[in-house]
Write a protein that binds this ligand. Structure first.
Ligand code: FES
Length: 209
């Protein structure tokens, strides 16, 4: 993991100041989220994201090329009909079980389009939203359409051979770096938020085949 190297946009200065206090716990899967970020975010309900299993990791490690596996999950077991959601799990070919490592095994995308929330779909070359035509590349970065930011991502961890998603983050992608922000609602840009962590994107993302 190389959270403290490289240069970036103006926001990077803010990222580094947060990383100084947050990266140790980030490795352990418990990032210290800046309180100000949530105060600024109207998506306050995301603060209480409930960890959910998306199944055994063997479901996802057979991927070749870029064919993320659709992974339904229920965010609130008490309300399964209204809290059903879908993540896309991309097996990078990496070996690290730590989600922020450059060699992380998985990148887990939210399928919630960052325009107004329609379900984006994996296309083999990225992601596409059927509602208003937003297109995202294989990193989830917006390349066309009205979406205001990349697809959100899930923090993940492996528990007893199962893949769990444990938090949802909004992201900013700058070259091969990804900065993670307290999640925003669809339609909201990241302007003004302070990154909670950043990492190099896994270098092996496109090397399976
Ligand atoms: S909701 Fe996806 S493009 Fe509008």
């Amino acid at each position: 993991m190389s959270n403290q190297s490289g240069t970036g946009r103006m926001t990077r200065r803010g990222a580094l100041s947060v990383i100084t206090v947050g990266v140790g716990t980030a490795v352990a899967g418990a990032i210290a989220v800046p309180v100000a970020g949530y105060v600024a975010s109207p998506a306050a309900e995301e603060e209480t994201f409930r960890p959910a299993s998306v199944g055994p990791i063997s479901r996802f490690t057979a991927e070749r090329g870029f064919e993320p596996t659709a992974a339904p999950f229920v965010e609130d077991p008490a309300q399964p009909l209204t809290s059903s959601q879908l993540a896309y799990v991309h097996h990078t070919g990496g070996t690290s079980p730590s989600w922020l490592d450059r060699d992380a095994m998985f990148v887990v995308f939210s399928n919630r389009c960052t325009h107004v929330g329609c379900p984006a779909q994996a296309t083999g070359v990225g992601f596409s939203c059927p509602c208003h035509g937003s297109q995202f590349d294989q990193r989830g970065d917006r390349i066309a359409g009205p979406a205001v930011r990349p697809l959100d991502r899930f923090q993940w961890e492996i528990r007893d051979g199962e893949l769990w998603i444990t938090q949802r983050w909004s992201v900013e992608i700058d070259g091969d770096r990804v900065a993670y922000f307290p999640v925003k609602a669809p339609g909201q840009p990241l302007a003004g938020q302070v990154p909670a962590a950043d990492a190099l994107y896994p270098a092996v993302t496109y090397n399976l085949g």
